[in-house]
Design a protein around this ligand. Structure first.
Ligand code: NDP
Length: 487
């Protein structure tokens, strides 16, 4: 018999955990079954709302090590010195499916990192693709509705998926990546990670540089075909990551950045803040800056991975955002999702809590406790809860003006209004990628597209073929010819 007493949630010893109290051996339960009721009531509340996107994911802890100082570009304290190490929590995910969907959908993969720096948490909330389907956050709910299940049948609807893409040529570049041989990563260890968005660094002299993150898998790229994916365990990617780390086979990525000066951005042929486009390597080469290694599994999936709250707005001094219109929408949407799913005090949970002191004047809200990680934080103390105040000299926090981001220039003579991007070049970079592919890759890409597109209406097929043709005549010809044999 164990020495550890079974108790209620409030610590009272429990006499029997198998039998409820009843009126006679065969009679009804009585109202003094408060322990049974406590169990049932808590069970009903075991789930929090799953993420609308990126619901199915896997997390692990690790270390980021600097291999090239970025001191000349940023004051970010975790990027200053070669050899400097920062603890990280990573979460990988699919996008469209629910919590218990397959790890092996043809779908982008989330690649989110939380750096626990000594000046607060910095989150890099990226994907395994360098671009995205959209360049303005206003389109995101429409896009996701079209890609998830049909509202009547609750089934995937390829016709709706392609209808969205036919109406949004800006998606063509990402669609080409998604339908390519890299569309289904064999594991989370065998894919790259990208910030995709452009962010900014700023240094001690107040100079700003635009930059993008690239995390290149040291395990190499490995992907599955549609048939291989269908034959693979739906939990395979999660299992692969957990087992590799348990066995000490720690996955790692080489961290690189592309950097563009403000002057270069003014005249560059591509809008550097357009999330549907990459910065070609020939113009902005990758600069290696660090190594990311994952080396510790979570102790509790729900407490850590499910409640992990990543947000592109979690920034540290020396790193800022950019005018990317998708990124700007995410600055609102991610924190908002966490407040809804996890609560106003989500950042007090151990996986989300900063590992440096946290001092502010926000108070109360559901589940307000104190910062569990650092005793010297004042997250929920009873001292002064307004600013400015007369207690600054006796420990009340005050702003630190030298971490103010330099003023951001407006890059054009701007009017406040809606700007259509319908006339933009949606096609060149999709064509560049197509032309990089060998015969077998082109074959796989166009077959996967044709198999989905034949299920769409004729009008959608027609508009999609025009898009492929604008990227590369051969791209359209191949899709058309396979569709004709598939019909
Ligand atoms: P480069 O020839 O310098 O680089 C091509 C890049 O494409 C490499 O990073 C390669 O990754 C990657 N790649 C190859 N096949 C695929 C695929 N099926 N899906 C996604 N990525 C793939 O060319 P550019 O920089 O001039 O870009 C040309 C095209 O390459 C772009 O239009 C874009 O589609 C793609 N690309 C560009 C990236 C960038 O940041 N410039 C990043 C990723 C893709 P790897 O090194 O692992 O083989």
């Amino acid at each position: 018999m164990s020495n550890k007493k079974l108790t209620t949630a409030t610590g009272s010893p429990v006499a029997d955990d198998n039998n409820s109290i009843s009126v006679g051996e065969h009679g009804s339960l009585t109202f003094d079954n408060h322990y049974t009721f406590e169990k049932l009531a808590h069970f009903n509340r075991e789930r929090i709302p799953e993420r609308v996107v990126h619901a199915r994911g896997t997390g692990a802890y690790g270390t980021f090590t600097v291999t090239r100082s970025l001191k000349d570009k940023t004051i970010a304290s975790f990027l200053q010195t070669i050899g400097q190490k920062t603890e990280v929590f990573a979460r990988f995910s699919t996008v469209g499916g629910g919590q218990d969907s397959s790890d092996y959908a043809r779908d982008p993969r989330g690649f989110a990192l939380k750096f626990y720096t000594d000046e607060g948490n910095y989150d890099m909330v990226g994907n395994n693709t360098p671009v995205f389907f959209l360049r303005d956050a206003i389109k995101f709910p429409d896009f996701i509705h079209s890609q998830k299940k049909d509202p009547r049948t609750n089934l995937p609807n390829p016709a709706a998926i392609y209808e969205f893409w036919a109406n949004h040529p800006q998606s063509l570049h990402q669609l080409t990546i998604l339908m390519s041989d890299r569309g289904i990563p064999a594991s989370y260890r065998n894919m790259h990670g990208f910030s995709s968005h452009t962010y900014s660094f700023w240094n001690e002299q107040g100079q700003r540089f635009w930059f993008k993150w690239h995390f290149k898998s040291n395990q190499g790229i490995k992907c599955l075909s549609n048939d291989e994916a269908a034959a693979t365990s739906p939990v395979g990617a999660q299992q692969d990551l957990v087992e590799a780390i348990d066995q000490g086979d720690y996955p790692s990525w080489t961290a690189k950045v592309q950097i563009m000066t403000e002057d270069e951005a003014q005249d560059y042929k591509i809008n550097p803040f357009d999330l549907t486009k990459v910065w070609p390597h020939a113009d902005f080469p990758l600069i290696e800056v660090g190594q990311l290694e994952l080396n510790r599994n979570v102790d509790n999936y729900f407490a850590e991975t499910e409640q992990a709250c990543f947000a592109p707005s979690n920034l540290v001094p020396g790193i800022g955002v950019s005018p990317d219109k998708m990124l700007q929408g995410r600055l609102l949407a991610y924190q908002d999702a966490h407040r809804y799913r996890v609560g106003a005090n989500a950042n007090q949970l151990p996986v989300n809590a900063a590992k440096c002191p946290v001092n502010h004047y926000q108070r109360d809200g559901a589940m307000a406790g104190d910062c569990p990680v650092h005793g010297d934080s004042n997250v929920q103390d009873s001292g002064v809860n307004y600013y400015p105040n007369d207690q600054i000299n006796s420990g009340a926090p005050s702003p630190v003006s030298f971490v103010e981001e330099p003023a951001m220039p407006i890059l054009e003579n701007a009017w406040v209004k809606r700007y259509s991007t319908d006339g933009d070049d949606h096609y060149s970079q999709a064509g560049d990628l197509f032309r990089l592919m060998n015969e077998s890759q082109k074959d796989q890409l166009t077959t996967t597209i044709a198999e989905g597109l034949v299920q769409a209406t004729e009008s959608v097929q027609h508009r999609m073929l025009i898009q492929f043709g604008k990227a590369d005549i051969d791209y359209a010809a191949r899709v058309k010819s396979i569709m004709e044999t598939t019909k």
